[in-house]
Design a protein around this ligand. Structure first.
Ligand code: DGI
Ligand code: FE
Ligand code: FE
Length: 195
């Protein structure tokens, strides 16, 4: 696994701008730390963290072209906000270009931007690590969210989804229905736990 990580790191250095590459390493190590804390597979967390934004630096126009070429569905919201496509396109490229055949890793890349209901432990780890990695700009409630990440993973997930919806709303950015669905699912899950 380590040799493969080194090879992919080298490739990604050429694919991503410097800032995105640094972020990628931050997510990779944060995901590994969370995997240690939650008894998840550390190598899978490293690989998913490393590759989660592998499609991020492709232009919007090319993201849409590549999705068309590879028959990946593009919704109206995604067409209007092509940045959203870096998650599903990244998952596809992880398999096709970086030869990752592990479904769990591919799924974690695919769901890292909007989340989804019923996320696996690895998906949750990548979703959260993406948000809390040390190089991430200070977002609202960051200190609390970072602490929660290692104490209550579902509460942390919910908190990030909630803050993301507030952020998107405040900027009049169209919400992807999957972000809304994920939020509702984890809200209901936490409400049930409290009853
Ligand atoms: O790729 P990163 O910047 O590391 O993080 P990310 O994959 O979570 O992407 C963050 C961006 O995605 C941020 O600019 C907001 C956007 N985003 C997240 N959920 C939605 C969304 N954009 C739209 N239009 N709708 C969403 O529901
Ligand atoms: Fe991303
Ligand atoms: Fe990211």
């Amino acid at each position: 696994m380590n040799q493969k990580i080194t090879r992919i790191r080298r490739k990604l250095m050429a694919e991503l701008d410097k800032e995105r590459y640094e972020h990628t390493l931050g997510v990779m190590y944060t995901a590994a730390s969370m995997a240690m804390s939650y008894d998840a597979d550390i190598d899978k967390a490293l690989m998913a963290g490393l590759l989660h934004d592998c499609a991020k630096c492709i232009s919007g126009e090319n993201k849409i072209k590549l999705c068309d070429r590879y028959h990946l569905s593009v919704s109206e919201v995604e067409k209007a906000n092509p940045s959203l496509l870096h998650a599903k396109l990244g998952a596809f490229l992880a398999a096709k270009k970086y030869h990752v055949d592990d479904k769990e890793i591919v799924n974690a890349i695919a769901s890292h931007t909007t989340g989804r209901p019923h996320m696996s432990l690895l998906e949750k780890i990548i979703y959260i690590a993406d948000y809390i990695e040390p190089g991430r700009e200070e977002l609202p409630n960051m200190a609390e969210v970072r602490k929660l990440a290692f104490h209550d993973i579902d509460a942390c997930l919910y908190r990030i989804l909630k803050d993301s919806l507030v952020y998107l709303d405040s900027r009049n950015i169209p919400i992807d229905p999957m972000t809304e669905k994920s939020y509702q699912y984890y809200k209901d899950k936490l409400d049930q736990k409290e009853e």
